[in-house]
Design a binder for this molecule. Sequence first.
Ligand SMILES: [Zn+2]
Length: 85
Amino acid sequence: MLTCRDLNQQHASDHVDGCLSARKRLAVRLHLVLCSNCRRFIQQLRRVKSVLRERPDVALPDSEAKPLAARLQAALREQQKNSSG
Ligand SMILES: [Zn+2]
């Protein structure tokens, strides 16, 4: 079973991009079924990536980028705290 930390640090980005192997994708999906924290994290990551895809050469204005970055960092910290037991 994947830990939250494994998922966030190694697999989350590839999962959102759809580039995981079948075996890893299954492991990630299983984790997401059981873990609402990581579901939220993946949703946020998806949102960030879709913004970046739509506007690849336009930086987010600080008013949007800063709170988003802060939320993602907080989510990541939360995950790490939860998975350290
Ligand atoms: Zn998790």
